[in-house]
Structures are given as C-alpha cells and as structure tokens.
Design a protein around this ligand. Structure first.
Ligand SMILES: NC(=O)C1=CN([C@@H]2O[C@H](COP(=O)(O)OP(=O)(O)OC[C@H]3O[C@@H](n4cnc5c(N)ncnc54)[C@H](OP(=O)(O)O)[C@@H]3O)[C@@H](O)[C@H]2O)C=CC1
Ligand SMILES: N[C@@H](CC=O)C(=O)O
Length: 804
C-alpha cells in the first residue's frame, strides 16, 4: 500500500485535477490510499464565510463565489461523463452558516464542519474522475482524534484499528480520503489544524504500515533554505526524520510539523514530490538517510516575541521553570524556544507574536504574589524577533560549526538576542531581529552551502577612473565566477544622478540609463536598496574627488558599508576624522580601503600597514609620488613647454580632475600626509611644507579650461628653470620627503647619480627607510597614475572587502 497526499496547489483547477488523476493512475498495479486537501484557496473561502456568519454580516457575495467555483469544477468533471455521486451537501453547509449567523456564534464542532467542506469537494470530484477503481473513504470512519474539534490530535492506536476494519470491508485499488478531517470518540467531526492534510496522510501511512507516504506539492522537495528568498537554495535529497522535524518546526513550510512523527514511529519513508514536475526525484525523509553533509538546511521562523522572567526569586528556587511553563501550557501557549543562563537569575523563551498577550496574562496571574513581594520583576518583552536554525544530524561533535554560524551572523551585521542548541546537537538556533532574518539566512547559506560570497558594489564617480573600473568589472566576470566570487555592480552615480538596479547594472547600457535618472546619490536611498535586496556585503566605491562624499565616509561605514576610496580627501581631512574612520570601520567590522590614495595601483599602503603591523618603524621617506608631475618633468626635459606638458598629462589621465591640485603640490602633499599618518605621525595637511610648481595664486577663481588657457604665461619662466638645471647636468624632479617627523614636497634638481634621475613618464618611486629596511631602503617603483592602474588598484581593494 502506498499513501499519496495532494495539497491544495495541486488541486486548484480542473487541469490540476486531471494531472492528479494521472499521477494516481500511474501507481502501476499498487494499491494506494490518496489523501486530498481542498482545492487551493477554498479553505480560506470557508474560513471567511464562517467568520462573516459569526459576525452576523451578510456573506451572500462570498457564498456565491464559493458556489460558482465548486459548481464550475463539478461541471467540468461531469463533461467527462463522470457522475459526481458523492457531492457534499451545499444545502447543509448553507443551513449551518445561516444558524451561525442567527446566533452570532460558531461552535467549534460547526466550525470544523464548515472549514473541512473543501476536502469533501476534492474527494467527490476525484472519485468521479477515477470511476470504478476508486472508493470514497470517509476520514470520519478512519481517523480518530482527541482534544477538541479544531487542531485535534490523532489517536494512532484507535485509528489503526479503524483503518484495518474499514479497508477490509471495502476492497479497492484506490481509496480517496479527505485530509484535515477526523472524528472524536463521540462520533463528532474534528479537524487537524490548518494544513493538516499532511498529518492525515502520515497517520494513514503509519496505520497501514505503508511502503511510502508521498506528499505531492508545488515544489521539488525540501530546500536547504527558503527558495523564495534564497535564489541559490537547493533541494535536499534525503533527510532523517529528526532533521525533517526540526526543519518543519522551525519554519520550512513544505511539511506540516505534525507529519513526521507518525511516519517516524513506524519507519515509513516520507517523500516530498512536485505535482508539476513528477519525474524529478523529491526529498526522501527516512531512517536510511546517509549523507556526509554536516549542515543540511537553514530554516527560519518569524513573528516571534521573547519573554524574559527574572528576579531575585528565581535563583536556586526549585520549580520556578516548571511554574512558568505550566502557566503557559494551561493557557495553550506554545513555546518555540527556551534559553537560560547558568546564573539562573532569568529564564527567556519565545512564543508566536499572536500568543504574546495570552502568555503575559498567564504569567501575571501565576506570579502575582511573587511580583507583589518584589521577587519577580515585570516580564521583559522583545517583539518582532525571528529564529534562524541550522539543522543537520552530522553537526554532532563537529567542531567549529557554531563559531561559523555566529561569525556568519556577525558578517550579516545581525545581533544575536539568544541562542539554543539541544543536546543531540542536530539543531542550533539563534534568536535575531526579525527585520534582519533574511539577511542572516542569506549569509549563512552563502557560508555553509554555496561558498560563493557576494560583493555588492555601488560606484560613486564614473569619470576617468570609474568608467575604467566598470570596464574591468565587466572583463573579469568569468575570472571571478571561476574563483567563486559573485561581484555585483548594483549602483552607479555621478555628481547629479544615481542609477540603481536590483538585477545588476547592465554593462552595455549603464551610461544611457544613468542619464535618464532624475535624482542623485543619497546614502538613505542606497541603504534602502540594500535593505530591500538583503545585500550582505555592500561596498561604496568612491572614484570621485568630491569633498562632500569624503565627509560622509563615517556615515557610510556606520551604516554598514565597506568603503573603497580612490578619493584622497577623507584621509587628508583632520587627523581626528582620519582616526574616526578607522574606528568606525573596526566597530562595524567593515573595511575602509584606500590603496590607490598613494601610488595609484602600486602596493604601497598595504605593504606599509603589514610592515608596521610586524613592528617595523619608519625612519625616513623619500620619493616621487606624483604620476602627472613625473610625466610632466620628463617631457619638459624633452623640450615640451609647461602648458603642453600639463595638457598631455591631463589627456593621459594622470592629473587630478583639476590639474591645479597636482601643480600646486597639494596632491603630493596629500599622499605624503597619508604615508606619514599610516606611519604613526599625527599631522595635518597644513603641517606639510609645500613648494608649488604653479602657485595657487596663479589665475585664481578660474575654471579648469580658463586656467589651462592662461598656463602658457608660465612656459618661459619654467623653461628657464629646466635650462638652468640642465646646464649643471641635472633634471628637475618633484620630490616628497619625511625626515625626523617633518614632511615636505617640492622641486629638486638631481644629477645622473641620483636614484630619482631616471624616474619619469608617469612612474613613481618610493624609498622607505625603516628599522627593518636599513641602510638600504625598501623601494617600490612603477607607474603611479592613469585610469588602468588606478582602477586595478580600486578593483583589488574591492576584492579585499571579502577577506575577514
Ligand atoms: N587619475 C589617476 O591616476 C588617479 C586618480 N585618483 C583619484 O581618483 C578620483 C577620480 O579621478 P578621475 O576619475 O580622474 O576624476 P573625473 O573628474 O574623471 O571623475 C570624477 C567623477 O566623480 C563624479 N562626482 C563628483 N562629485 C560627485 C558626488 N558628490 N557624488 C557622486 N559622484 C560625484 C563626477 O561626476 P560629474 O561628471 O557629474 O561631475 C565624475 O563622474 C580622484 O579623487 C583622484 O584623486 C587616485 C589615484 C590615481
Ligand atoms: N594626479 C595624481 C593621480 C594619482 O593619484 C598623480 O599625478 O599622481
């Protein structure tokens, strides 16, 4: 004997019914007991009718909708020449509802009759469709329940007897039985709780010692996380009964929690299959489950409240926990999770939000005296919580899983309110803020299953460097995928517009799309986008030179973003701000990376930070830090004028957006300041002694174009300087140095023997003399400006946001 159960989504319309008929008939030569739910949505219609009737409200519209739906299904079945012989009495249903309306009261027994009506509709239709081979099996003859008319518990022993007698007296190939329905020992109709048809099927399978209990639904099986939120969730092929129980209890909607126990008692395998995809093997729940996976799935349960009972009267007092839980049990409040610390001062537990008031009043009554005597404090309540649970039998005695779980929650910026693990170690749960539940599941799923961490990039500034970065991101998609990194570009902004796309920015079309936007970047907008799309690893990448953005880095970090900056202005603001960014990053466990601030793509700051971390100390620094000035001084030697050299450096993408930042020495001063600060010197930008190539006083208040047009005025005097150096066999270089804690940047004339003589064409050269690197300094040399090397440096920083 096989037991098959079809849920409402598999019975929603006539096409669905035909598919189910075929699946039943395909049980080649096997006897089958088929349990049917109501046609999808019909139980909701019935519940609403009962409610309206109880309120004494006119429900004729809803009644007509129910009748129309049922009649149309019946007509379609009858068009196949099948007579629907067991059609339930709508007249009786109508009378019951009329009675409820009159009395404005719906007794539980009547309610059970009304809400279980849909199952009888399904069975009547299916029996007619299957014809002679099928027998209508009354659940009220077979499933005996105890404990109320609604949400009743099945008496397995009594039900086994009933099944055996009824089936003996009615031999058939297919028994079709309404789910969700039972009968108490007073012969009154009862129901098994919403979605209780799974339970009916499991009970039938256990009573009949069936070969299998198949639950046919609209998904392929049990998933390792909720597939509605976790796109990469995958089907679990086999589970133990315990794993399935933990999962269904902690939120996996595919199975009713009560289903597993009857099957587990008798060892009937339970298989979850998809009606719309019947050839795909489902998930099998059994004793035979053999797999090496430690964590099988992650489930989550939302809409919970946590109550904490505490007070001096709790400590060491035997029986307090028992009193708390008996009070709740007496009022039928189900407890989802319990936790208590070893100091015994308090005990905390979660209940469904809908039970909160009931739980509070039960506790108030139970501890009235203690509370008057000050032995128990007012019950603390935390609302809108969720439980995230890792489930897996093989987690037992496996070290490091809890650490990885908690680490994942930290990575998702999720605070843990409470934790619980049973001693079989097959489930570990964390209570978290309900609003962050999906984030928590997402990051746990990435870390435990897909191992493809995502990096979610928002690019601010899409000029020279930013545009090149987008090109490199596009070019490297395959390379990243091969290395299991999912890098998503979700946003791009310039100074006026912000483009956000939850599907990822289209590499080929983003510029046009950005132009069509109507408003610019605001942190709040990106924050909202991150929240709505449950992004775990958001990175704000600043490729602008905006002071306004630099001033917001603290807020970016504080809001949980990593920050990657090509823009040097934040690190060269006040020392206090520079320090506050470091501590904000540390506090929020986010990365603040700015390798390109010095030397563009050259690995300068990373190396310095590592050296200093290993105890090295800077003794002195000397070097060329400007790509544009390195280029310009080189071509000046070749005979170009200052204005020509500047224009060429600009065209090559070596200068700052405003070349005056380079020519004034400010950009080099910024870089030197960052090196000095990283080395531990507490300096401000104003502490750097600066000799300008072109003083800031030249062409004040002009635009970049006006400045460039006026620059030829300086060509002649500058050519003289080059000439005078050349007459001594020297060339000019723009050099930065740190000596005895003093920083200066300026022009130096160097001869052929000098290490910086050959540094030109955009190259940088940095000589770091340190405790570990002396008397010969540690030297870094290479191109220090340009879109390609700079965005490559930014790209590398973006990838570094992943490392913990
Ligand atoms: N070039 C190089 O070799 C190197 C450059 N860098 C740094 O890279 C940064 C970018 O340089 P580059 O690409 O040449 O500059 P560009 O002038 O070419 O581009 C700047 C971009 O930033 C945008 N922007 C300005 N203000 C804002 C704002 N408030 N919000 C959002 N976007 C804004 C601009 O938008 P809009 O077009 O609307 O004005 C533009 O898209 C600079 O800070 C520079 O110091 C660092 C190392 C090397
Ligand atoms: N303008 C800068 C670019 C890198 O920071 C330079 O010339 O080095």
């Amino acid at each position: 004997m096989r037991v098959l159960k079809f849920g409402g989504s598999s019975l929603a319309d006539f096409d669905c019914l035909k598919r189910v008929k075929q699946l039943i008939e395909s049980q080649a030569g096997e006897q089958a007991l088929v349990v049917l739910s109501a046609p999808g949505g019909m139980t909701d219609q019935l519940v609403e009718l009962a409610k309206l009737a109880e309120q004494g409200v006119d429900y004729s519209v809803q009644w007509q909708a129910l009748l129309n739906r049922a009649d149309s299904l019946k007509r379609e079945v009858e068009q196949l020449d099948s007579v629907v012989a067991h059609w339930p009495s709508f007249a009786e249903l109508s009378d019951k509802l009329a009675g409820v309306k009159l009395l404005k009261h719906c007794p539980e027994q009547v309610n059970a009759f009304v809400i279980s009506f849909g199952e009888r509709v399904s069975v009547a239709l299916m029996v007619a469709m299957l014809g002679q081979r099928a027998t209508y099996l009354e659940a009220t003859q077979c499933i005996e329940t105890q404990g109320g008319h609604l949400d009743a518990e099945v008496n397995l022993v009594a039900s086994e007897l009933r099944f055996s007698e009824v089936l003996k007296s009615q031999p058939a190939d297919f028994y079709i039985m309404p789910g969700f329905t039972g009968v108490n020992n007073q012969s009154e109709l009862t129901t098994l709780g919403r979605n209780g048809s799974d339970y009916s099927a499991a009970v039938a399978a256990a009573c009949l010692k069936a070969e299998v209990c198949q639950i046919w639904t609209d998904v392929d099986g049990v998933y390792n996380a909720d597939p509605r939120f976790i796109k990469k969730a995958s089907k679990v092929d086999s589970l133990s009964y315990k794993e399935a129980m933990e999962l269904s209890y902690f939120g996996a909607k595919v199975l009713h929690p009560k289903t597993i126990l009857p099957c587990a008692k008798v060892g009937v395998p339970c298989e979850i299959k998809n009606t719309h995809n019947p050839d795909v093997p489902g998930s099998v729940i059994s004793n035979e489950c053999q797999s090496d996976e430690t964590v099988k799935a992650i489930s989550s349960l939302e809409n919970l409240a946590m109550l904490t009972v505490s007070g001096p009267g709790m400590k060491g007092k035997v029986g307090m926990a028992a009193r708390v839980f008996s009070a709740l049990a007496n009022d039928n409040v189900s407890i989802v999770l319990i936790t208590q610390s070893s100091c015994e001062f308090s005990i905390s537990f979660c209940v469904h939000e809908e039970d909160l008031n009931l739980a509070l009043s039960a506790l108030e009554q139970a501890f009235e005296l203690e509370s008057q005597a000050g032995l128990i404090e007012p019950v603390q309540v935390q609302r809108e919580l969720a439980i995230v649970t890792l489930v897996g039998d093989n987690m037992k005695a496996h070290k490091g899983l809890a650490a990885k779980f908690f680490d994942s929650l930290a990575q998702a910026q999720v605070n843990i309110v409470a934790i619980a693990q049973d001693s079989t170690e097959s489930a570990i749960s964390a209570v978290v803020d309900g609003a962050l539940c999906n984030d928590a599941v997402k990051v746990c799923h990435e870390n435990f299953f897909t191992h493809v961490p995502s990096i979610d990039v928002f690019l601010l500034g899409c000029g020279l460097v930013g545009q090149e970065l987008v090109k490199q991101l596009e070019k490297q998609q395959d390379w990243l995928a091969q290395r299991n990194v999912k890098l998503n570009l979700y946003g791009v902004a310039n100074s006026r517009k912000l483009l956000l796309d939850a599907n990822g920015i289209e590499f080929g079309a983003w510029q046009d799309q950005l132009e069509q936007q109507t408003s610019g970047f605001e942190l709040a907008k990106v924050e909202q986008f991150v929240r709505e799309n449950h992004l775990i690893n958001p990175v704000l990448v600043d490729c602008s030179s905006s002071q306004q953005l630099a001033d917001q880095y603290y807020d970016f970090l504080d809001a949980g973003f990593h920050v990657v900056a090509a823009n040097k202005k934040a690190n060269t603001g006040s020392f206090k701000y520079y320090q506050s960014l470091k501590s904000a990053a540390q506090k929020r466990q986010r990365k603040f990376l700015y390798e390109t601030n010095v030397g563009a793509g050259l690995p300068v700051l990373d190396n310095l930070q590592l050296l200093f971390g290993a105890g090295d100390e800077l003794l002195s620094f000397n070097g060329i830090l400007s790509g544009s000035l390195s280029y310009m001084f080189g071509v000046l030697e070749d005979g170009l004028s200052l204005s020509e050299a500047t224009a060429k450096a600009k065209a090559n993408g070596f200068t700052e957006p405003d070349p005056r930042d380079d020519l004034s020495g400010t950009d080099v001063a910024r870089k030197l300041l960052i090196i000095a600060r990283e080395s531990g010197l507490e300096l401000e930008l104003s502490d750097i002694e600066v000799e300008a190539v072109v003083p800031e006083s030249f062409a004040p208040g002009t635009s970049v174009d006006e400045f460039m047009a006026k620059l030829p005025e300086l060509d002649a005097p500058f050519a003289d300087k080059i000439q005078s150096a050349a007459s001594e066999g020297k060339v000019l270089r723009y050099v930065g140095s740190i000596e005895n804690g003093k920083c200066k940047v300026g022009i130096e004339a160097v001869d052929k023997q000098h290490a910086l003589y050959d540094i030109r064409d955009g190259e940088n050269a940095l000589a770091i003399l340190s405790q570990y690197y002396q008397p010969r300094p540690f030297v870094i040399r290479g191109y220090g400006a340009g879109a390609e090397v700079t965005s490559a440096g930014v790209f590398a920083d973006i990838l570094k946001t992943q490392s913990r």
